[in-house]
Design a protein around this ligand. Structure first.
Ligand code: NAI
Ligand code: MG
Length: 354
């Protein structure tokens, strides 16, 4: 298993160091893993003058999976847009054809107070949102701004999905549902938008290949309400790019803790890019304060979705649960009565729990 390691900027190198230590436990036990490090984002610009340099591109293309920290920082804000760190993220997603974005929202029972919702509403929450990442109104043509026949200025975008695009994301979602509760909710706005009516039709057709999965459909506005009212009714949700952008951010905040949120983006060959949902946190960078758990949990997702190693994934996740149950907390999830630890001490605890 060849893993491209892209620490990135800000807290990226600190959280990545801890994730690699956790993976090294598995490697020491005989799991065949090779790590190849490369710069992305601001680090790529500093080393090679580009946020996704050719050097990094080559390593990522040859790897089975990519583990990414975070990119960006105030020192890069004055660069031309094409050279900014965030462009490195878009470039790598596009280069590797990552069309399926998996965003789990998991509330560890020990962190029930971090949520803004009542503990009983979110306790035990474990949702997976599958968002299509390369189509929809974000990429549809035509798009732009123009003057219409009445002489008025107007802006326009095009919502479009091809059948193949819907089929492949539906297969990913059903595949994930098969590994979980066998419950899938497809989110659309089929009452108003033809594109999403078509989406629904294709999802229903793909469902025939997964008779064990209980499929339901929900309009996106209702889904947004239900996520707040009774989020535990959901297991896996699948939706298009724009609805998924909004719903995945909404769902992730049910847990209240940005330092805990992992993510995966997959392509057709199951190659994946795994990264925490948060950014490079320049305000705490270099201070050994960051929470490395989102990156460690992203490494667990890598074991599950690219390497099909469920046992290794569960082992990492259980180690994290054990450390939380023992009361260890970085600053972002700290509560009185708990043991405050640094980024590297959190890594120590997870390694010990492994
Ligand atoms: P951010 O997620 O970096 O930080 C938001 C707040 O959450 C900060 O107060 C930060 O200290 C805290 N935080 C984030 N991750 C944490 C962790 N692991 N442990 C403890 N606290 C944590 O978002 P922000 O401030 O909007 O962006 C900072 C930079 O990151 C910008 O340059 C932005 O463009 C970039 N960014 C990069 C992303 C990526 O690499 N995927 C995603 C989002 C932002
Ligand atoms: Mg978003």
């Amino acid at each position: 298993m060849k893993i491209a390691v892209l620490p990135g900027d800000g807290i990226g190198p600190e959280i990545m160091t801890q994730a690699i230590r956790v993976l090294d436990v598995l490697r020491a036990e005989g799991l065949d893993m090779e790590f190849v490090e490369a710069p992305l984002g601001g680090a790529g610009y500093d080393a090679y003058g580009h946020p996704y340099p050719e050097f990094t591109q080559k390593i990522c293309r040859e790897a089975d999976a990519v583990l990414l920290g975070a990119v960006g920082g105030p020192q890069y804000d004055t660069l031309d847009r094409p050279l900014r760190p965030e462009r490195g993220l878009l470039a790598i997603r596009k280069d590797l054809g990552l069309f399926a974005n998996l965003r789990p929202a998991v509330l560890f029972p020990e962190l029930a107070n971090a949520s803004t919702l009542k503990p009983e509403v979110v306790a035990g929450l474990d949702i997976m949102i599958v968002r299509e990442l390369t189509g929809d109104v974000y990429f549809g043509q035509p798009r732009g701004m123009r003057v219409n026949e009445n002489g008025e200025r107007e802006g326009f975008n095009t919502m479009v999905y091809t059948e193949a695009e819907v089929r492949r994301i539906a297969h990913v979602a059903f595949g994930i549902a098969m590994k979980r509760q066998k419950k899938l909710c497809s989110v659309d706005k089929a009452n108003v938008l033809e594109t999403t009516e078509f989406w629904k039709e294709i999802v229903i057709d793909v469902a025939k290949e997964y008779p064990e999965v209980e499929l339901s459909h929900m309009y996106v506005d209702n889904a947004a309400m239900q996520l707040i009212r009774n989020p535990k009714q959901f297991d896996v949700m699948v939706t298009g790019n724009i609805f998924g952008d909004i719903l995945s951010d909404e769902a992730s905040m049910l847990t209240g803790s940005i330092g805990m949120l992992a993510s995966a983006s997959l392509n057709e060959s199951k190659k994946g890019l795994y990264e925490p949902s948060h950014g490079s946190a320049p305000d705490i960078a270099g201070k050994n304060l960051a929470n490395p758990l989102a990156t460690i949990l992203s490494a667990a997702m890598m074991m599950r979705y690219t390497f099909n190693n469920e046992a290794a994934a569960v082992r990492i996740e259980n180690a994290v649960k054990k450390v939380l149950a023992a009361g260890y907390r970085t600053g972002d999830i700290f509560e009185p009565g708990m043991t405050r630890v640094s980024c590297s001490e959190m890594g120590d605890q997870v390694v010990a729990a492994m």
